[in-house]
Design a protein around this ligand. Structure first.
Ligand code: PGA
Length: 226
């Protein structure tokens, strides 16, 4: 399984170094991608693969605070999360911008991990599949096989809630039939407490972990079970 650890905006430098040391003691056959905060890309020293949490739409130049795909490549990054719901919500990221980011990543041979998922309101209004189809539509013009898709219901992220297997597999079946070559991840409160349940899905090929990625003892249990 592909397991992506999304640290979000967590850890001081010392905490990250300590985390990395403890992480190195975990033995697993799963394929792990660690996505630390940007400054710690330079401190990465692990058997895992290195991922970024975002990327700029710009190649270089006068764009204060931005980090380009080629800069990520130079730091050894091989995966990058794009379209995370926190960025769609907090920075008003649009599908068109997310598509541009994916193009920049693919030009650098960095595998994009595209996050899609409906909000609570969208779920309740019954428009879930339409929203996800719209978010996915940016892939069709990219002519790339090497894209990972993470289904992350927004209402499940950080809440302890997860969809039913029926809900989950309805969405994952849709994604799988449209993009059969993309690896499918689930993200949203996945943990050692619900992994036995999530394993009942016939489509999940890996997980995008937020909160659990910061709790190494519980992460280890998760990795043993998943
Ligand atoms: P969570 O976050 O596992 O804490 O719900 C997942 C994510 O935001 O990618």
């Amino acid at each position: 399984m592909k397991i992506v650890l999304n640290h979000k905006c967590n850890y001081t430098k010392e905490e990250f170094l300590n985390y990395q040391q403890e992480f190195s003691k975990i033995k697993t056959s799963h394929d792990i991608v660690m996505c630390p905060s940007y400054p710690y890309l330079a401190l990465f020293n692990s058997n895992a693969s290195l991922g970024a949490q975002d990327v700029s739409i710009y190649d270089c130049g006068a764009h204060t605070g931005e980090i380009s795909a080629s800069q990520l490549k130079g730091m050894g990054v091989s995966y990058a999360i794009v379209g995370h719901s926190e960025r769609r919500r907090d920075y008003k990221e649009k599908d068109s911008e997310i598509k541009e980011k994916m193009e920049k990543l693919l030009q650098q041979n960095i595998t994009p991990i595209l996050c899609v998922g409906e909000t609570k309101e969208e779920r309740e209004s019954g428009g879930r599949l339409e929203i996800i189809k719209r978010q996915l539509s940016i892939i069709s013009s990219l002519e790339a096989e090497d894209i990972i898709i993470a289904y992350e219901p927004v209402w499940a992220i950080g809440t302890g809630l997860v969809p039913t297997i029926e809900e989950l597999d309805e969405v994952l079946a849709l994604i799988h039939s449209a993009y059969p070559n993309s690896l499918l991840l689930y993200g949203g409160s996945a943990s050692d407490e619900n992994i036995e349940y999530l394993k009942k899905s016939q489509y999940i090929e890996g997980y995008l972990l937020g909160g659990l990625s910061l709790k190494l003892e519980r992460l280890q249990v998760f990795l043993e079970v998943c």
